[in-house]
Design a binder for this molecule. Structure first.
Ligand SMILES: *[C@@H]1O[C@H](CO)[C@@H](O)[C@H](O)[C@H]1NC(C)=O
Ligand SMILES: [Zn+2]
Length: 556
């Protein structure tokens, strides 16, 4: 996945213990009458489906036997190790495909896939979206109008390894070193392990003799870690042209958490939404002049005032039932060991579900260490202004990065900034240009706000959909809890960063971001040195993806 989610996650992991312990002792609960709904093992809340086994037992046994054999493990570990050796880095400043030679490494990825998966390539149709976007279509016997295709996404590109950090790696980042337990290297988790696993699932299914009714599509982007514009979007355009609105049964893509223990309970965390994204730019302009005759407040001072005001007015936190994290809290309330789930949180859930704003805010406060799952974040990332010490600056500007809470929108976040900053413009007698102005004012004394790279929060995928039941049943059937004495509880979760799925919203409501391994520990390294994946987890992935295809085919 793109972005710095790993750091956030490790922060949360450390903090949650402390934070919840504090919450336990400090909260005075005003809503005791409603606590009954969220008692342990309460039926009806966070209902779990039974393990779902494919009807075609012959195919299932073929795949189970194969994926449990040490020889197979050795083979796919080697395949992953070799694809890690192709340094398919995507850089922020890449030029267009066909012009910038740094894209050419993606030809090697394609060649590698063709060489390793001849059976797959003989069976599927391979299409290219903008040269390096790969789309593999395994046509089902039913037309897409009768059985919508299932789509599995992964990305070929990796986050660049900074030259200065190469020596910090325990094993060279592009060696794909396997130490008998762990496969090391850039892309091991993000996202080449995932890509190899879904390719393997297809290979296994084809070799088992299985013939799908429902079309199976694999698609591999080349720039997920940057914009997604070069492959992510073209792939989505290609599929949209072919299948149209709501034309896909379900999409599965990499997740942010995977299988994880929280509140002493093992969860399979399926991200059913992503936070939104917005970069806000602010320009403050005025007349320059000689520093010996300055105004009381020049553009740098006024920009400082603006930034101070922004940081003094953070977006409020609120836990609402529209947030998939509320679903997670519900799951934890009924399935985690009772003593491990704070009553302070449990006691708020009913009121939160009823839309009690005060309870929603209070719960966000209790869960302050998970704060950015429940609020819009803002981070001032860049500031520029002034050229010369003895000249009054004419322009000062800043860029602020925001991650939008699921309940909010680009428009409401923009309004928050306009309401905050317009009074500052008025105070200084400056023209104010909001986000939707034509920017035509020739006035030099002005404050202009503009948005760059805007993305609304992702629609929340419905969990009452058949496809979510199929996914849950597949998880239950093929994956293990981290603690063998527990059931693995499937829960919704929220992705704080963005994946290529941002381009696929029109194609289906059923978008699930889930990696079938204990991702958190691995992800702590995903965008930094010593990225790795544990072999014991990686080798279980193909069974999960193959079973998902089979289960989805059974309801076609
Ligand atoms: C903000 O300032 C930059 C740098 O001078 C300029 O390129 C950009 O057009 C300005 N944008 C607005 C909306 O004023
Ligand atoms: Zn990724």
């Amino acid at each position: 996945m793109a972005d710095e989610r790993a750091g956030l996650k490790s922060l949360l992991r450390g903090a949650i213990v402390l934070g919840l312990a504090t919450a336990l002792f400090t909260l005075v609960n005003p809503f005791t009458s409603d606590t009954d709904k969220y008692t342990p093992n309460q039926a009806g809340i966070c209902q779990q489906v039974a393990p779902l086994s494919p009807t075609n037992k012959q195919v299932e046994h073929f795949i189970r036997d194969k994926t449990e054999s040490p020889a197979y493990h050795k083979e796919i570990i080697n395949k992953l190790s070799k694809i890690i050796q192709i340094p398919s880095e995507s850089y922020d400043d890449l030029g267009p495909i066909g012009e910038d030679p740094r894209w050419d490494v993606f030809y090697q990825v394609e060649e590698y896939i063709k060489a390793q998966y001849p059976t797959v390539l003989k069976t599927v149709q391979l299409d290219h979206a903008n040269t390096h976007g790969l789309i593999l279509t395994w046509e089902g016997s039913l037309p897409a109008s009768e059985a919508k295709p299932i789509l599995m996404l992964a990305h070929q590109d990796v986050v660049p390894v900074l030259p200065d950090t190469v020596s910090d790696w325990a094993h060279p980042p592009y060696e794909g070193y396997f130490d008998g337990e762990i496969i090391w290297g850039r892309g091991a988790t993000d996202d080449k392990g995932y890509m190899i696993s879904i390719l393997e699932s297809l290979d296994l299914l084809i070799k088992s003799g299985f013939k799908p009714k429902r079309t199976v599509i694999l698609a591999f982007g080349c720039d997920e870690e940057i914009s997604g514009e070069n492959c992510g979007r073209p792939i989505s355009d290609f599929l949209y042209k072919k299948y149209g609105d709501d034309g896909i049964y379900l999409i599965i893509d990499e997740g942010s958490v995977g299988i994880q223990t929280e509140f002493d309970q093992s969860f399979a965390m399926v991200s059913v939404a992503e936070k939104g994204y917005l970069d806000v730019g602010i320009n403050v302009t005025s007349t320059g002049g000689h520093a010996s005759n300055p105004p009381d407040h020049n553009v740098i001072g006024i920009l400082s005032e603006i930034i101070h005001e922004i940081e003094a007015s953070p977006f409020p936190g609120k836990v609402t039932h529209n947030n998939p994290m509320f679903g997670f809290l519900e799951c934890a309330a009924v399935h985690a060991p009772p003593s491990s789930f704070p009553n302070a949180v449990r006691n708020q859930l009913s009121q939160v579900a009823k839309g009690n704003t005060k309870a929603q805010q209070q719960l966000a406060h209790e869960l302050d260490h998970l704060r950015y799952y429940f609020r819009t974040s803002q981070s001032v990332g860049k500031i520029n202004g002034g050229i010369k010490i003895n000249a009054i600056p004419e322009l000062a500007s800043t860029m602020i990065n925001l991650r939008l809470a699921v309940e909010t929108s680009i428009a409401s976040v923009q309004k928050h900034y306009e309401d905050l900053i317009k009074p500052i413009a008025d105070k200084h007698g400056m023209v104010f240009e909001g986000f939707h102005s034509a920017y035509e004012s020739t006035e030099v004394h002005k404050i202009s706000l503009f948005g760059v790279d805007a993305l609304e929060p992702a629609p929340v995928s419905p969990i009452d959909a058949e496809s979510f039941r199929i996914l849950s049943g597949t998880i239950k059937n093929t994956l293990q809890p981290l603690d063998n004495n527990q059931d693995l509880i499937v829960t919704t979760y929220l992705m704080p960063a963005n994946t290529d799925t941002k381009f696929f919203w029109p194609l289906t409501k059923n978008i699930y971001r889930f990696t079938p391994i204990n991702l958190v520990l691995n992800l702590n390294r995903a965008h930094t040195v010593d990225e790795f994946i544990r072999a014991s987890e990686f080798v279980r992935e193909p069974l999960f993806f193959a079973t998902l295809v089979l289960n989805a085919d059974d309801v076609a």
